[in-house]
Write a protein of this length. Structure first.
Lengths: 248, 118
């Protein structure tokens, strides 16, 4: 037993390939046999991932040494690399069609999430401008929250909450997208881009779209990454100054 | 060779990251502003150009497509390494803000989609 864990520790990434392959196989099997494809296999696989993460620690299942390779396979380097790869399936003419509306989505989505998030935080007792802005940033994505918090000098407790908000949003988007996609009309590149631009959570949007229709991933992911950029740009500056002015 | 495709993908990724970092530095932020987005745009434009001039060999392309098809497995690994416990123990504030922010965004999507169609 001890020998086996030693080998797994040393071959973390290889073990992660095996493990994820197993999860994928199991999930697609369940999707086909038990739900007759109504719940996409990818959605089940992602949910399985989240469930086993719950039993881990700070780094999810990767907190257990034998599973440390999962943090490499699922780390930001691999994620960004494979997400850029999905761009091979995107056509530039489709992106041009959305053009200006896409840009509008980035601004609208950021401002909406910022104020909805900040206001609820305000009602729950986080009434200073710094906390408002950080919680509002977290409502954009879990990257915008801590960047905003760091820039305006919010407390570490509020920054932790803002990360939690972003992660919850990303989990919610991941799980719910396949079920709400039809109702929102997400079946073509244009609406996928609008969806990505407004919702923003890159991991949530692209995982959700992957579970809905893999061909839509590059379009949603493209605008979603710029949403995070827009959030990092607006939340600690213009939006923070506005809130500070109002709350004074 | 497949490695050519992987190398092209790596090149686009790195250039995108550099652009994102530079943009972040301009606005005095530690983070990377849209690096992945720039990388994707770069690859899309390159792919468009290569298709028009028939420069991309199927073998090269398959090197990129392999990594693109690894996306879902990578996301599964990513979700397995999230701090789910902390997200759930972030308290009611985190849960409520997360839910309402997501809902608000969802409601806005069909509205904008309708405007875009006109």
């Amino acid at each position: 037993m001890h020998e086996l864990t030693g080998i797994l520790d040393k071959n973390g990434l290889i073990f992660a390939f095996l493990l994820v392959g197993f999860i994928m196989y199991l999930s697609y099997f369940i999707s086909k046999r038990l739900t007759n494809h109504t719940i996409p296999g990818a959605a089940i696989a992602i949910s399985v991932g989240l469930i086993i993460a719950y039993f881990g620690g700070e780094k999810g299942v990767a907190s257990v040494p034998a599973f440390s390779g999962m943090a490499i396979l699922g780390g930001s380097m691999m994620r960004d690399f494979s997400i850029v790869g999905t761009a091979m399936g995107a056509s530039f003419s489709e992106i041009k069609k959305t053009g200006l509306v896409g840009l509008l989505c980035l601004v609208l989505g950021t401002v909406l999430a910022f104020f909805v998030g900040g206001t609820i935080g305000f009602l729950m007792g986080y009434t200073d401008a710094k906390s408002f802005a950080t919680i509002g940033g977290g409502a954009c994505t879990f990257i915008v929250g801590p960047i905003t918090g760091g820039a305006v000098g919010a407390s570490s407790e509020v920054i932790a909450i803002s990360i939690a908000i972003g992660v919850i949003k990303s989990i919610l988007v991941t799980i719910s997208t396949p079920f709400v996609a039809k109702r929102m009309g997400i079946d073509n590149p244009q609406t996928a881009m609008i969806f990505g631009g407004i919702v923003g959570s890159t991991s949530g949007v692209s995982a959700g779209l992957a579970a809905t229709d893999i061909r839509l991933v590059p379009y949603g992911a493209l605008t979603a990454t710029f949403h995070t950029a827009m959030g990092c740009l607006l939340c600690p500056s213009l939006l923070y100054f506005l809130v500070e002015y109002w709350l004074r | 060779m497949k490695i050519y495709g992987v190398a092209i993908l790596a090149g686009c990724s790195l250039v995108g990251h550099i652009l994102g970092d530079r943009l972040g530095a301009i606005f005095n932020l530690k983070g990377n502003l849209g690096g992945v987005g720039f990388a994707m745009l770069l690859l899309i434009l390159l792919n468009d150009y290569c298709k028009k001039n028939q420069l991309l060999k199927p073998e090269t392309e398959s090197g990129i497509l392999f990594w693109s098809s690894m996306y879902i497995p990578v996301v599964v690994a990513m979700s397995a390494t999230q701090n789910v416990k902390a997200a759930l123990s972030g308290g009611w504030a985190a849960l409520l803000v997360g839910i309402f922010a997501t809902l608000a965004c969802y409601l806005l999507v069909p509205v904008v989609a309708k405007i875009a169609k006109k």
